[in-house]
Write a protein that binds this ligand. Structure first.
Ligand SMILES: [Zn+2]
Length: 125
């Protein structure tokens, strides 16, 4: 099975560059809204404040608000981050550009719109 026959080397390099750039900017965003959990390799939404810092009650309220925004945001970012990382891994393995549900090639146009797509149009959620 060779999934990448519908994508030539040049097109693949472009998609890889897009994925690399997105991965780097996602890492930056994750780092500014959350922190990495070393044990699991996951990310967690946090406030900008340092952990264990003495906060006055006003700060605490601000931080709760920030946390309420950052937790779902980091979840979104992390989901996207994993999709992008997985797409790059698939490129390494030579299985990039194939629908993970039906193993049909994902149209190049779809990949150019979203290089991290891992399903065909029919199986997109
Ligand atoms: Zn499919």
């Amino acid at each position: 099975m060779s999934g990448m026959t519908h994508i030539n080397r040049e097109e693949l390099n472009e998609l890889r560059a897009q994925l690399d750039a997105e991965l780097a900017s996602l890492e930056e965003e994750l780092a500014s809204h959350g922190r990495a959990v070393p044990e699991s390799g996951d990310w967690q939404g946090t406030t900008g404040g340092l952990v264990g810092e003495e906060a006055d009650p006003n700060d605490a309220a601000d931080q709760m608000e920030e946390l309420a925004t950052n937790v779902p945001l980091v979840e979104e970012l992390e989901k996207r981050y994993k999709d992008v990382a997985k797409a790059l891994q698939n490129m390494e393995k030579g299985t990039y550009g194939v629908c993970e549900e039906c193993e049909e090639p994902i149209p190049l146009k779809r990949l150019q719109a979203n290089p991290a797509a891992h399903t065909c149009v029919t199986h997109s959620k």
